[in-house]
Ligand binder design. Structure first.
Ligand code: ATP
Ligand code: MG
Length: 354
């Protein structure tokens, strides 16, 4: 039987709850489609940092590298100062494993209510493709005279043609299988150097995909168009920071953070890709059973697709969507079911969906 080695970082807060629920669905999809998942828990996150003072060590990076994929719950804790886990763990893993492309589907599933009027399952099905290792996230820069009236901060932003091309190429390839439209989202009128590089890469790559249309929308205008007219977008390609912001906006449009999935993709196959819900550790609801496991389950479906198990991925996505449609509310005590029970329901549904 085909077996995939999956590293599982359950993490903190609701991370373990949603990941366990997602894994149930994933194993069910594997059983249905005739393969198996060999999972290994990897201890990373705030709990480990608070216990040992260590965020990420070489040994753990090497161990993760031997797996076919990494499934991540969420990391974060109010006791850990900002930046330590985001930069030291999440960004560090994205860079170490050359996960240069971030995929965030924005899809409103039938039966789910968007908080934005006029958004329906028919007009909301797009994918945000975000460059994942560069831009302002490289972290370089200086803060001079901190804490004085003369303080000056310089925050560097890096854009290479290599990472941009990986990202744009991915977007066009995906668009070709979908509705054949790529929209570049940037701020080319202000960020002129990076903006020019992005536009040139899009124009170059577009030559290889003559059947895919492409257009351009400023990042600020996107904040208006995405919620009001999501149907005009198929694949949106953008840089690291704009991608972070507009995909959170997308999460709201599609029904909330509890439903938003993502993949950090190593395009070359030289290291594992990593799959994680868009939401964080949600310490406010941890331990209550109120977390919606859909975002984690849909991320697990992206993982199955990334492993090449397309049918299993479609089963898990359909099962999750079908369970979502039955919930009286998308999060909290009004969900009518707790996180673990929803995981069981998703797993059972995997066996039933067509
Ligand atoms: P972190 O610092 O780890 O990012 P956070 O609190 O800043 O944590 P999130 O964890 O993303 O950010 O949570 C934001 C809000 O969304 C919280 O009020 C949380 O309860 C809610 N939320 C997040 N994920 C879910 C989920 N899966 N189901 C229900 N509510 C969720
Ligand atoms: Mg957060």
């Amino acid at each position: 039987m085909r077996t995939y080695r999956l590293a599982v970082v359950k993490g903190d807060g609701i991370g373990p709850e949603v990941t366990e629920a997602a894994l149930r669905g994933m194993h069910a999809a594997a059983r249905r489609c005739g393969f198996s998942l060999d999972t290994a828990d990897v201890d990373l996150g705030a709990e480990r940092y608070l216990r040992t003072g260590e965020v990420l060590d070489e040994g753990t990076v090497s161990a993760l590298r031997t797996h076919d994929a990494v499934l991540l719950g969420a990391v974060g804790d109010p006791r850990v100062p900002p930046g330590i886990l985001e930069r030291g763990l999440i960004v560090a893993l994205r860079v170490a494993f050359a996960q240069s492309v971030n995929i965030r589907p924005v899809r409103l599933y039938p039966g789910v209510q968007s908080p934005i009027r006029g958004v329906t399952a028919q007009n909301c099905d797009l994918v945000v493709i975000r460059e994942n290792t560069e831009g302002l996230y490289t972290g370089g820069g200086t803060l001079a005279h901190a804490g004085t009236p003369h303080a000056v901060a310089v925050q560097n932003s890096l854009t290479t043609v290599a990472a941009t091309t990986d990202t744009v190429e991915f977007a066009f390839r995906l668009a070709q299988e979908r509705r054949r439209r790529v929209t570049l989202c940037h701020k080319t009128n202000i960020l002129m150097h990076a903006g020019q590089l992005w536009q040139e890469v899009v124009d170059q790559v577009a030559l290889r995909y003559p059947e895919v249309e492409h257009d351009y929308v400023h990042a600020d205008a996107m904040c208006q168009h995405l919620p009001l007219d999501p149907g005009r977008f198929d694949v949106v390609v953008t840089d690291n920071l704009f991608g972070d912001i507009i995909s959170d906006l997308g999460a709201t449009v599609q029904g909330g953070l509890g439903l938003a999935a993502s993949a950090n993709y190593n395009v070359a196959g030289s290291a594992p890709s990593m799959y994680e819900p868009v939401h964080g550790s949600a310490p406010d609801i941890a331990g209550k059973g109120w977390a919606n496991p859909a975002a984690a389950a849909l991320s697990a479906a992206l993982c199955l697709a990334g492993l090449g198990e397309r049918e299993a991925a479609l089963c898990l996505e359909a099962a999750t969507a079908s369970v979502l449609a039955e919930l009286p509310s998308l999060a909290g005590p009004g969900m009518g079911s707790d996180t673990a029970a929803l995981g069981e329901r998703i797993a059972a549904r995997v066996m039933d969906v067509d």
